[in-house]
Design a protein around this ligand. Structure first.
Ligand SMILES: C[S@@+](CC[C@H](N)C(=O)[O-])C[C@H]1O[C@@H](n2cnc3c(N)ncnc32)[C@H](O)[C@@H]1O
Length: 213
């Protein structure tokens, strides 16, 4: 479910780290402050951590460097190969946000960076419901991802991308499942989480949801 983009990620794997470090002008602003954003998430994640959409394990590595126990889930074989070399300390399995190997370990944080928007609304809800049931009583979901503050801001971002000639980015902003802040907030609240949002760059937000009473 929600893994229709995997071929694209297999092809992107070998150059992915160059992209997040700013080599592609079109996506430079999307990943502006990438290392600091991931560090901020890594610092607040509580071990044991379950991470989805590990990619090349840049977030994973920051957490294992802090001696946190991390179980990673990644659907792309090519991404996973790079991740296993970069971060042998983590257990990284094939799977996705919804279908992943059953875990014996208790989980206190479910984390993900730049990946949750691959799920449509129905899939997002299904995934967040599973995590609520799986998390320990003091558990948290902590994501970094692109979202839109509102419709006007979405149109502004698309217009700016087009004005800069960033037509792939403009198309992504139109077609991918980036949520509106209010809709995502409602989804978390309806499932019983207490959630807060913090903008990190022009596109990316930190989404921090705690399991309610
Ligand atoms: C933009 S990369 C982000 C990688 C890494 N988390 C980071 O911050 O650099 C998105 C990752 O999500 C993975 N992905 C795509 N669809 C997914 C799904 N349905 N479930 C879990 N991961 C998915 C991709 O294979 C890719 O590795």
């Amino acid at each position: 479910m929600g893994i229709e983009f995997v071929d694209l990620f297999n092809q992107w794997a070998s150059s992915y780290d160059d992209t997040v470090n700013g080599s592609d002008p079109e996506y430079k602003e999307v990943f502006a402050g990438y290392e600091q954003m991931l560090q901020e998430l890594a610092d607040i994640a509580i071990s044991p951590v379950l991470e989805f959409g590990v990619g090349t394990a840049n977030l994973t590595k920051k957490m294992t460097d802090q001696n946190k126990v991390v179980i990673g889930i990644e659907p792309s074989d090519e991404m996973r190969k790079i991740a296993l070399v970069k971060c042998p300390e983590a257990a990284i399995y094939r799977g996705d946000f919804i279908n992943f190997p059953s875990l014996q370990t208790p989980v206190r944080s479910v984390v993900s960076s730049f990946a949750f928007h691959h799920l449509n609304d129905q899939e997002k809800r299904l995934a967040l419901k599973q995590y609520y049931d799986k998390l320990e009583a003091d558990g948290e979901v902590i994501f970094i991802d692109t979202l839109f503050k509102d419709e006007a801001y979405k149109q502004q971002l698309i217009q700016e991308a087009e004005d800069q000639g960033h037509l792939n980015l403009a198309q992504d902003l139109r077609e991918e499942y980036y949520p509106f802040l209010e809709d995502l907030e409602q989804m978390f609240l309806q499932l019983g989480y207490v959630v807060s949002f913090k903008q990190l760059n022009k596109f990316a937000w930190l989404i921090h949801a705690k399991k309610g009473e």
